[in-house]
Design a protein around this ligand. Structure first.
Ligand SMILES: CCCCCCCC/C=C\CCCCCCCC(=O)N[C@@H](Cc1c[nH]c2ccccc12)C(=O)O
Length: 569
C-alpha cells in the first residue's frame, strides 16, 4: 500500500469513527414524558403533620434488629406490627384490604381492584434493620430524635421510610374514598437484612399458593435520588435499579501449629492468611464497564452532561478505559463498574504468648452481572496462589438480570414519572443495585423488577447505610410519602399515558395538549394498533373542520373572539 493510499484509509477510518461518535452522541436521548409536578399547594398533597411525623418516629424507636439468619428481635417485630395496626386504622379496617401475617412477623396486604383484567403489581419493603453501635452515633440510634430538620435513627433510610411511606399514602387514599381499578399487593418482609429467607420467601410462597402467576411489576428498596455522585451532572439523578449485583462470600482458612511464642516458626497461620488477604486487596477485579446495566445508565444520562462528557459517555465502546479509570477513584462509582471485594472478618489466635493453631478470614464479593461465581473463585485462587490457604464458599447468589427500561415498559415508566413528579429537577435513569434486596424471592412473578428508595442522598451519605448517623430529613420523608401516593395513583391505569411525540417538543412550551378529532364508542379503543382500524366519512369531515377551526381560532392575539362555525369548507 502506498503512502497516499495509507493516508486515505486512515482519513476514511477516522471519519467513520467520528460519524459514529457524533451520531451516538446526539441520538441517545431517552423518553421523558411531560409529567404534572406534585406541588405542596395541590389539594391531594400529603403534608407532613405532627401526627404523621410522630408515628414515623415511633416506628423508628422500635429496634427490629436482625442479627443473623433466624436470629432477630421477635418481640420488637410484634410491637412494630401493632404500631402499624394502630397508626393506620383505615387501611386495617377497609373492606378493600386484606392483611395476612406471614411466618409470624411479615405482612402481606392485598388491595382489591375492581378490574380483574388488569395484572396486579407489588410494592415491597422490610420491617427489620441492622444493629447499630450506639456510642459512635451523634444521637442515639433508636430514639429518632430530630436535629437540624433530620430524623436520626437506624432504619431512617433502610427502610422504615418505605414501610411508613407506603402505608401513609394508602391510608390517605382510602380515607378519600379511593377504589383502585388495578389490584395490588404490599409485602413487608421481616428479615431482609439477613437475606429474607424467612420473610420475603414465605410471602412469595403464599402468593404462589394462592395461584398468583404474574405481577405487572415489582418496586422494592434500591437506588436513590443522588446529588453529586455522577461526574459531570449537576442536577439530581434518580437511579432505578434494573439489575442487582450477585454476591459471593468466601471463607479463607489456614491451619497452623500451636506452640510457644518464644520459639516461633518462620510463618504463623495469621501471617500466611494476612499475606493472602493483602494480595486480594491489592488486586481488584477488572472493570466490566459496558457489559452491565451501568452502560444503559450512562447512555441515559449522557444528554444531561456537558458536550465533552456527553461524547465520552455516549461512546463507551471507544472511551470505556478512560471512564473506568475515572469511576474507579470513588467507592460508589467503583461499585457499579466491577466486582468489588471486601475483607469483612478476620480471626486468629487465642493468647498473646501462644502461636495460633489456625486463622480464618471472610471475603465478601459483590459480583458484576457480566461475571460468574466460578470466575471470581478462580481469580481469587490465582491471586492468593498459596495452597496452604483453603478457600470455601460460605454463601452466594448470582446477579439479577436487567429488567426492561424502555419507552413502553409500564413499571419502569410509572416509577420514573412518579419520581419526576416529586423531584421535579431530577433526571431518571436505569442503574444497577450494588447491595442485595428481597427481590430475588419474587423473580418468578415478573421480569419487571425495579429497585428504588425515595431517599435524597449527597456524597458521604452512602456511609450512613449500615453505618453511623443514618438519617432522613423531614422534607425527604414527606417526599417519600407523596412518591408512593403517585405510584399507587399512576399504576392504577390500564396503559402508559403520554405515548406521543409531544415529549420531543417539551422544551418549547409547558402548554402541551393531546386530542384526536376522533369519535369513539365503547370497544373502538381496541382498534388502536389492533385490527379493523377505521374512521367514518362523517368523522373525517369533522376532523378537517376541527383543524380549520384550530387554525382560525389560534390566529388571534389573545382569547377574545372565538370563531363561529359558519364558514364550512
Ligand atoms: C453512580 C453511582 C452509583 C451508586 C451510588 C450508590 C449510592 C448508594 C445508594 C444506595 C445504597 C445501596 C445499598 C443499600 C443496600 C440496602 C439493602 C441491604 O442492605 N442489603 C444487605 C442485606 C442483604 C439482603 N439480601 C441479601 C442477600 C445476600 C446477602 C446480603 C443480603 C446487603 O446487601 O448486604
Amino acid at each position: 500500500m502506498s503512502c497516499k493510499q495509507l493516508c486515505i484509509t486512515l482519513v476514511a477510518i477516522c471519519s467513520a469513527l467520528l460519524v459514529i461518535v457524533l451520531v451516538r452522541t446526539f441520538t441517545l436521548v431517552p423518553r421523558k414524558d411531560v409529567v404534572i409536578a406534585c406541588k405542596t399547594a395541590d389539594s391531594d398533597f400529603i403534608k407532613l403533620t405532627d401526627q404523621i411525623l410522630k408515628r414515623f418516629q415511633k416506628a423508628l424507636q422500635i429496634d427490629t434488629i436482625s442479627f443473623k439468619r433466624g436470629e432477630y428481635n421477635r418481640d420488637q417485630l410484634l410491637l412494630l406490627g401493632s404500631h402499624l395496626q394502630k397508626s393506620f386504622p383505615v387501611v386495617h379496617s377497609s373492606p378493600l384490604v386484606k392483611l395476612d401475617i406471614i411466618a409470624n412477623y411479615s405482612r402481606l396486604y392485598t388491595i382489591s381492584g375492581s378490574n380483574t383484567s388488569l395484572t396486579p403489581y407489588l410494592l415491597t419493603a422490610h420491617l427489620d434493620v441492622v444493629p447499630a453501635i450506639a456510642e459512635e452515633w451523634e444521637l442515639p440510634p433508636f430514639d429518632a430524635q430530630i436535629k437540624d430538620e433530620f430524623i436520626y435513627a437506624r432504619g431512617a433510610i433502610d427502610f422504615k421510610q418505605g414501610i411508613m411511606g407506603i402505608l401513609e399514602a394508602l391510608e390517605y387514599l382510602l380515607s378519600k374514598g379511593f377504589k383502585p381499578n388495578r389490584s395490588f399487593y404490599i409485602g413487608f418482609g421481616h428479615d431482609e437484612e439477613v437475606t429474607g429467607v424467612d420473610g420475603a420467601r414465605a410471602i412469595s410462597q403464599e402468593l404462589q399458593s394462592r395461584g398468583l402467576k404474574q405481577v405487572e411489576f415489582l418496586l422494592d428498596e434500591g437506588l436513590a435520588v443522588l446529588n453529586g455522585f455522577i461526574p459531570g451532572i449537576k442536577k439530581p439523578v434518580a437511579l432505578i435499579g434494573i439489575g442487582e449485583k450477585g454476591f459471593l462470600t468466601l471463607k479463607l482458612y489456614v491451619k497452623g501449629e500451636a506452640g510457644h511464642s518464644s520459639m516461633p516458626l518462620k510463618e504463623t497461620a495469621i501471617g500466611i492468611l494476612a499475606k493472602a488477604v493483602s494480595k486480594i486487596e491489592d488486586n481488584p477485579l477488572p472493570s466490566m464497564l459496558g457489559y452491565g446495566p451501568e452502560k444503559e445508565m450512562l447512555e441515559h444520562l449522557a444528554h444531561e452532561m456537558p458536550l465533552a462528557a456527553r461524547i465520552v459517555m455516549s461512546n463507551l465502546w471507544l472511551f470505556g478505559p478512560i471512564v473506568s479509570w475515572f469511576f474507579s477513584q470513588k467507592p460508589p462509582t467503583n461499585a457499579i463498574i466491577r466486582t468489588v471485594t471486601s475483607v469483612t472478618m478476620f480471626n486468629g489466635g487465642v493468647k498473646t504468648n501462644v502461636l495460633p493453631s489456625d486463622a480464618t478470614a471472610y471475603i465478601n464479593h459483590r459480583i458484576h452481572p457480566a461475571q460468574s461465581l466460578q470466575e471470581i473463585m478462580d481469580y481469587d485462587r490465582a491471586v492468593i496462589n498459596d495452597d496452604r490457604v483453603q478457600i470455601s464458599v460460605e454463601d452466594s447468589m448470582v446477579a439479577a438480570a436487567g429488567s426492561p427500561s424502555g419507552e413502553n415498559d409500564f413499571g419502569y415508566q410509572i416509577i420514573s414519572n412518579s419520581i419526576r413528579q416529586i423531584w421535579t429537577n431530577a433526571t431518571t435513569a436505569p442503574g444497577m443495585m450494588i447491595g442485595n434486596t428481597d427481590t430475588k424471592h419474587y423473580k418468578d412473578f415478573t421480569k419487571n423488577i425495579y429497585r428504588f428508595s425515595p431517599t435524597v442522598m449527597f456524597p458521604g451519605d452512602e456511609k450512613r447505610f449500615h453505618g453511623v448517623n443514618e438519617r432522613i430529613s423531614k422534607n425527604n420523608y414527606e417526599q417519600a410519602i407523596n412518591f408512593y401516593y403517585h405510584i399507587i395513583v399512576n399504576a392504577d391505569k390500564r396503559l402508559l399515558m403520554g405515548n406521543t411525540d409531544t415529549r420531543h417538543y417539551a422544551m418549547f412550551t409547558k402548554n402541551i395538549y393531546r386530542f384526536c378529532p376522533t369519535v369513539m364508542f365503547l370497544g373502538d379503543e381496541k382498534r388502536f394498533h389492533g385490527i379493523n382500524e377505521r374512521i367514518s366519512k362523517k368523522n373525517y369531515e369533522q376532523a378537517i373542520n376541527f383543524y380549520y377551526h384550530v387554525i382560525t381560532n389560534a390566529d388571534q392575539r389573545s382569547l377574545i373572539n372565538i370563531h363561529q362555525h359558519s364558514d364550512e369548507l
